[in-house]
Design a protein around this ligand. Structure first.
Ligand code: PEP
Ligand code: MG
Length: 550
């Protein structure tokens, strides 16, 4: 254990999960306050019977609890996020898992707590060791289920460590520090009072990270051992932009990182986006679209369709896809919506596709490459999107384009698909390429001659440009959006686009980081697509850039 003097400033590096900076007092959260699981043998049939009854009651109680949480999340956050808890309920009631616990009780004569702990820990370990990142991150769902079941049996819950004590900040705005950031943990808190989140472990594509982003909570993960170093009530500054946390930040540092002058959302809404610029929303659900519309987004710059389908049992057909997409367009009330074709692979395999395990999924069967190899999927989605064109302007964005010949192939398939439709309005359909692989930047001119628009995916671009796994907390120090090479590429891309009269936007996370809108505008990129919650702040920065706001 490290000891430090009480007011010494100290910086910890982790991995950014959600941007924004905030200062506040810490509340330590323990996922397992009561780690010791009672363990004993069942002496007779009667004891076995009672244990099975307890199991049945516990499953029923915890299922009802998960239903309740799912409903709360559906109302307060969104449908996609609520599905996390619906899935947890399904996993918890999975017949194989239930049977494995029963078998421990009946055949091994072990008490229920130790049977649950043994079976679920094994499942958790098995999932954690899988290569597939999506499934690996599901191991935290199993951990949550184990804790929930054991919590019910012991009647002791996970929670704030100092809860109920005199120094507990439970009812005040605070920064939560935990070993692992789980979706369940966030939702068990009064989220309006959570200023920031800091955790030791957890992938940036985990469910919890998705929820933290939806809620706009500045968050950092990957600060190993932090639970041993700080205590409840400590003064910290969370820098979600850079993935850092400062303990006992000096007033000078606070002034630099969190400047005081702030403009209210009201001011921004009155001002609107300055001429020649757009602030668009990134989204992946109908709720995101509604939120984007509510904050006055100028459109949706990136709708991640693969996330919409990640929790389905199978890929919806053309009619079902069309129904969801048209709801999104209708929520945006005529403002342009850019739908990205399924960007499957990398850290986003669709579970029902049973994709082959790959040693390097980020360099494998993903993006446009995947679409070209799955023509049915590509054409079904394009048809569903093109049908919108009778009522709306629709922008179709192709992920991970590597060069112009790949673009031509995808476009040909897409046009073939559209021509099979009875009703569509070709004038209302635009096609765009994502610029997120360095080779596409080197053929920017040829690509821009073919496309209607381009969009920069800086998350992947940084990954491929600097050979740095975007979701690996161990190498996060090299994930550096400040690198001049990146900015050279961005400026060159925007001038190529301008010379050909084609619009270019950016939809990677950097567009929403404080200070970056200014730099992007300087680089000639005037359309920024960010999480809906960041829209007022980004618009504010744009207004300041043009001098409308001082
Ligand atoms: C990106 O790569 O920057 C991007 C916006 O796409 P995603 O994060 O979904 O890969
Ligand atoms: Mg990408």
């Amino acid at each position: 254990m490290v000891t430090i003097s009480s007011d010494e400033e100290r910086k910890f590096r982790g991995v950014p999960v959600n941007s924004g900076r905030v200062r506040g007092a810490v509340c330590l959260y323990s996922a397992e306050r009561h780690k010791a699981v009672p363990e004993y043998s069942l002496s007779n049939e009667k004891a076995v019977e009672l244990e099975l009854k307890r199991f049945e009651e516990t499953l029923l109680h915890c299922s009802a609890e998960l239903d309740e949480i799912a409903e709360k999340v559906r109302q307060g956050v969104g449908g996609t996020e609520a599905e996390i808890f619906v899935t947890q309920k399904h996993i918890m009631n999975d017949p194989k898992l239930v049977q494995a616990v029963i078998s421990q009780v009946v055949h091994e004569r072990r008490n229920l707590e130790s049977s649950i702990s043994e079976v679920l820990s094994k499942y958790e370990e098995r999932f954690a060791s899988l290569d597939n990142q999506y499934l690996r991150e599901r191991s935290s769902d199993i951990g949550e289920i184990r804790r929930r079941l054991l919590g019910r049996l012991s009647n002791k819950k996970t929670g704030i460590i100092c809860e109920g004590q005199a120094n507990c900040l439970n009812s005040k705005s605070r920064i939560i520090v935990a070993e692992e950031l789980t979706a369940d943990m966030i939702m068990s808190l009064d989220v309006d009072k959570v200023l920031g989140l800091v955790t030791e472990h957890g992938g940036i594509t985990s469910h919890a990270a998705i929820i933290a982003r939806s809620l706009g909570i500045p968050s950092v993960t990957g600060i190993h051992g932090i639970m041993e170093i700080i205590k409840c009530g400590d003064d910290v500054l969370v820098d979600g932009d850079n993935g850092e946390m400062y303990l006992n930040p000096s007033e000078e540092l606070v002034k630099v990182l969190i400047p005081v002058e702030q403009v209210t959302i009201g001011d921004i809404c009155i001002l609107g986006t300055p001429d020649g610029m757009s602030v668009l929303a990134n989204g992946s659900s109908l709720d995101d679209a509604r939120q984007a519309s509510a904050v006055g987004a100028d459109g949706i710059g990136l709708f991640r369709t693969e996330i919409l389908f990640m929790r389905e049992d199978e890929l919806p057909g053309e009619d079902d896809q069309y129904a969801v997409y048209s709801q999104v367009c209708s929520a945006m009330q005529g403002k342009p919506v850019t739908f990205r074709l399924l960007d499957i692979g990398g850290d986003k395999p669709l579970p029902f596709l049973r994709m082959r395990k790959e040693a390097n999924p980020y360099l494998g069967w993903r993006g446009a490459r995947f679409l070209l190899g799955n023509q049915d999927m590509l054409k079904t989605q394009v048809r569903a999107l093109a049908r919108l064109s009778t009522d709306y302007k629709v922008k179709i964005l192709v992920p991970m384009i590597i060069d112009v010949s790949q673009w031509i192939e995808v476009k040909r398939s897409a046009v073939d698909a559209i021509e099979t439709l009875n009703a569509y309005n070709r004038d209302n359909i635009e096609f765009g390429a994502m610029f997120e692989v360095p080779s596409a930047f080197l053929q920017a001119e040829e690509i821009f001659r073919q496309v209607d628009f381009g969009s920069v995916g800086s998350n992947d671009l940084i990954q491929y440009l600097f050979a740095i796994d975007r979701s690996n907390e161990l190498v996060s120090q090299d994930y550096n959006p400040e690198h001049p090479v990146l900015w050279k590429l961005l400026s060159s891309l925007s001038s190529t686009a301008a010379s050909l009269g084609k619009p270019v936007s950016i939809c990677g996370e950097i567009a929403g980081r404080e200070g970056y809108p200014t730099r992007l505008l300087d680089s000639g990129i005037h359309q920024l697509s960010v999480s809906p919650r960041l829209i007022p702040r980004v618009r504010n920065e744009m207004a300041r850039y043009t001098g409308v706001l001082v």
